[in-house]
Design a protein around this ligand. Structure first.
Ligand code: NAD
Length: 239
């Protein structure tokens, strides 16, 4: 029987690349997206045909517990949970509304609680599991104009470390990947000039690719079980 992985935010960017990597490695997949379900269904079919796996596309808002609970009603076993769905907010904190603040927290941080809460009982049944949270360098060091986003990812980092301690006796490893600047639509809000200016500060002199994050996610899913509670920063030497 194939191993199974659930990947949130899989319709594009990093989540889409992670889905492909795990499909190549022979995992059956549950792929979640909030709004592009037709696109995601097409992608799921493509992965099934190319890699001989089973792949179910599900529409759900990971920031709403009821939606997440409905997703888990469809999942009998789970080996790997990848909390990738996320949104950014770029702007001054003083201009941000409470609703905008809560949306960032619900999507980036609360979702990790919701999915983990529901995945843990499945993983306990097999005394085996991996939870991988896609975080950000801004969760390590904080960014001006991205206070809410930085706070949510800082929360993801601490959530990762604390939950890893709680679950280590049950052979469930919890780690996070703190991404630097990765070439996805999330950065489309920045002008090419702005992106060039940031890239000039990165020692590797380029953005990272979604495929590089996907490879690291798979490596974490297969790493020695003694590796847990870690925030792996992948940023071309930037921070
Ligand atoms: P993206 O905007 O291209 O993709 C985000 C995905 O999350 C999309 O599939 C979107 O549908 C999904 N999503 C958003 N809100 C959702 C919700 N409420 N419920 C379910 N799905 C939802 O972004 P990306 O660059 O691929 O980002 C993926 C992750 O990587 C995010 O957690 C992001 O914070 C993190 N990250 C990205 C960068 C970067 O430079 N791109 C840097 C650091 C961290």
């Amino acid at each position: 029987m194939n191993k199974t992985a659930l990947i949130t935010g899989a319709s594009r960017g990093i989540g889409k690349a992670i889905a492909k990597e795990f499909a190549i490695q022979g995992y059956d997949l549950y792929l979640i997206c909030v709004s592009s379900i037709e696109l995601l269904k097409e992608y799921a079919l493509e992965l099934e045909q190319a890699h001989g796996i089973r792949c179910l596309a599900i529409q759900a808002d990971m920031g709403h517990y009821d939606d997440v609970a409905k997703v888990f009603e469809q999942i009998p076993t789970l080996d790997v949970l990848i909390n990738n769905a996320g949104i950014s907010y770029v702007g001054l904190l003083s201009d941000m509304t409470p609703n905008e603040w809560h949306k960032v927290m619900h999507t980036n941080l609360d979702a990790c609680f919701y999915t983990s809460k529901l995945a843990i009982p499945l993983m306990l049944k097999s005394h085996n599991g991996r939870i991988i949270n896609i975080s950000s360098v801004w969760g390590n060091v904080g960014a001006s104009m991205e206070v809410a986003y930085s706070t949510s990812k800082g929360g993801v980092n601490t959530f990762t470390k604390a939950l890893a301690k709680e679950l280590a006796p049950s052979n469930i490893q919890v780690n996070a990947i703190a991404c630097g600047l990765i070439d996805t639509d999330m950065n489309k809000c920045f002008s090419p000039e702005d992106l060039d200016a940031v890239t000039a500060e990165i020692p590797a002199d380029r953005m990272g690719s979604p495929e590089e994050i996907a490879r690291l996610a798979y490596q974490l899913a297969t790493a020695p079980t003694y590796l847990t509670g870690q925030i792996l920063t992948i940023d071309g030497g930037w921070t």
